[in-house]
Ligand binder design. Sequence first.
Ligand code: FAD
Length: 287
Amino acid sequence: IMGQVLIDEPLSRHTTFRIGGPADLLVLPISRADLEACLEFSRQKGVPLHIMGKGSNLLVRERGVRGLVIKTTKLSRIRVEDLSIRAEAGASLARVLSVAQKAGLSGLEFATGIPATLGGATVMNAGTPDGFLGEVILKVEVLDKEGRFLFLESSELGFGYRESRLKGSGLVIVTVELALKPGDPKEIARLIAERLALRRRKQPLAWPNAGCIFKNPPGYAAGWLIEQAGAKGWRQGDAEVSTTHANFIINRGKATASDVLALVERIREAVFRRFGIYLELEIETWG
Ligand code: FAD
């Protein structure tokens, strides 16, 4: 493997929550051959395989993760081809958006401020009220468990609200192709700036967090339910229900996954008591 290999690496260094115990092995592949080597190693030795992008949707427990974690962020080449962009899975969404803006390609502005890799955003069908990734994806290239590269069309990926068939499939996303439309670079830049400003006002970005903790149940905003249930500002250790946006939990320093999960249970109970609604996690727990 040409990329970096880290042993017993604390995942708190690789998640936006700044929480998480060690991975036995963490690999940062820099080529497709590296990716293939990781899969082959995992298959031959029977070592469990996990894949992460920027870790912006992950809560990793104290005990960490056994086996091999692939972090894709060094696989980040981006190419513009007419009205489409083809990029490697580890490319940051922000960089893809910036390349699109400069090339006068519109359609991805909805994703402004989502601190994801393109691969992670595809698996999660990341989005906002203005759009979601599945809408602009043409196809993805994946590496399957047998080490074969395959192309899957958007229609095969089962995109739903923060859902896709790629989640938990064991397929590794290698590249993603987006279909965009012509737009005015200045207008795209204006939209991006506007949305960034809105996020800075509405989200507690000064503290480590993992975005929205719960999915919005049909017809409701989870943040509103949590606020109404009186949970804003609740604290467990260094984990705190944000007073800026109640669907965010912030890490005020040394929060652990247990602290966050204890808050999660307290919030669920309060919301269930008040509304009879059971909140489902949007974030993914590891370990
Ligand atoms: P990770 O968190 O590293 O992984 C997420 C999932 O994708 C895991 O299951 C992982 O195994 C899988 N995965 C990652 N890369 C690959 C790959 N190459 N192949 C196969 N599987 C892969 N989300 C929204 O939808 N909308 C928002 O507006 C939003 N705002 C946020 C704001 C903040 C401040 C933060 C911290 C998070 C926010 N999120 C939002 C959540 C998060 O950014 C998204 O879920 C994002 O898609 C996760 O991308 P990631 O690269 O960090 O993936």
